[in-house]
Design a protein around this ligand. Structure first.
Ligand code: 4NP
Length: 153
């Protein structure tokens, strides 16, 4: 069983999409996918309606998700932790207890362009274009992640 956690700031825009997209690409019997936010502003809320809409257009339902805050226990409960941007990455690393924790944390777009340390841009204050752009980036990254998991499983 591979356990993967997607992390952004609010857990309402980017990481719920990453969770939903990756779930659609992996075998559920050997993969657990969840998401969380480094901030607590939106805990308990559904994903942003613009994330719900862009997922729906692409045949993915993310309305079963509720925002939660990242916690130290997530280092124990997950094998791979994907940060959506470099600030999320730094915030997660700041909570790590040791090198084992740190080694689980990756910047998600480094799956697509290794070593470039690119961010999935925060779409919260923008329009629908930003959400479509985020969807495309995450779809590409999640295809690569899923291929590895499905092969290794
Ligand atoms: P997310 O987007 O980190 O992709 O969920 C955001 C959602 C809310 C806020 C910032 C980013 N906020 O400041 O409330």
């Amino acid at each position: 069983m591979t356990k993967i956690l997607m992390v952004c700031l609010g857990n309402i825009c980017r990481s719920p999409l990453a969770e939903g997209i990756l779930k659609s690409k992996v075998f559920s019997f050997k993969t657990i996918v969840d998401s969380a936010g480094t901030g607590a502003y939106h805990v308990g809320k559904l994903p942003d309606e613009r994330s719900i809409a862009v997922a729906k257009i692409n045949g993915i339902d993310i309305t079963d998700q509720k925002a939660r805050k990242f916690s130290v226990q997530d280092f124990d409960n997950f094998d791979l932790i994907y940060a959506m941007d470099t600030q999320n990455y730094r915030d997660i690393i700041a909570l790590s207890r040791n090198d084992v924790d740190k080694a689980k944390v990756y910047l998600i777009l480094n799956e697509v362009l290794p070593g470039e340390d690119l961010d999935v841009p925060d779409p919260y204050y923008g329009g629908d274009y930003g959400f479509r752009n985020v969807y495309k980036m995450l779809d590409e990254a999640c295809s690569i992640i899923a291929e590895k998991i499905n092969k290794n499983g």
